[in-house]
Design a protein around this ligand. Structure first.
Ligand code: HEM
Length: 185
């Protein structure tokens, strides 16, 4: 059976070399030289500075017209030219989780334009969103986000990060670490 679980391992091995790590808010992650992305669980006994797990899931906020635009423009992961990537685990605050679904959608899109902004960066950026919150009460992050792009689009990706972090949605982000990686094999 195809699993929806993905494990991100930070350590000494893996095809992605860490080029920069930045703590945007909250606690850092232990340092890692390389990142490996595994579908499923890491093997028992795997040595790593950190192992973070998340599952892909159904969409919570996307409307039908937004989905149509996403499906039309979003590229798949694993493109040969997309040798740069960003792994950004994020935790949102209790204030966010205490909102009702309609209030979250209002902050997320009506007031922060997360989807409208993100759409401007397609098809340059490929992405996959993983949810952690329901795996265990002790998961350190709520979301693991993964983005792949060509080196020529790295500046545009930085611009996207600046736009999202300046939005109202990000006032609810209490922990965020940005791990930038380059594929070497
Ligand atoms: C590349 C352009 C991007 C597009 C097209 C995009 C699109 C989306 C969409 C459609 C959702 C909603 C999924 C749902 O309905 O549940 C979403 C959620 C999310 N995105 Fe993005 N996004 C982009 C970039 C980013 C970036 C750069 C970050 C991190 C810095 C990010 C972090 C998140 C997070 C954490 C969520 C989950 C929010 C929540 O459920 O509270 N996204 N994104």
């Amino acid at each position: 059976m195809q699993t929806r679980l993905y494990s991100f391992l930070g350590g000494r091995t893996g095809p992605w070399r860490v080029s920069a790590t930045r703590v945007v808010s909250g606690d850092p992650l232990p340092p890692a030289e390389r990142v490996e992305v595994i579908q499923g669980e890491a093997r028992a006994g795997t040595e790593a500075a950190w192992i973070l797990r998340g599952v892909t899931s159904h969409e919570r906020y996307v409307t039908r017209p937004e989905r149509a635009r996403l499906v039309e423009h979003q590229p798949a992961l694993g493109r040969l030219e997309a040798t740069h990537a960003a792994f950004i685990p994020i935790r949102k605050s209790p204030a966010w989780w205490s909102l009702a679904q309609d209030e979250r959608r209002t902050v997320f899109e009506a007031r922060s334009a997360h989807i409208a902004t993100g759409l401007r960066y397609l098809p340059a950026v490929a992405r996959r969103l993983h949810h952690c919150r329901d795996l265990a009460p002790s998961e350190p992050f709520d979301f693991l986000t993964w983005f792949e792009f060509a080196p020529a689009d790295a500046t545009a990706f930085d611009e996207l990060l600046d736009a999202l972090r300046a939005s109202e949605e990000w006032q609810f982000v209490e922990r965020e670490v940005e791990v930038r990686v380059v594929r070497e094999s």
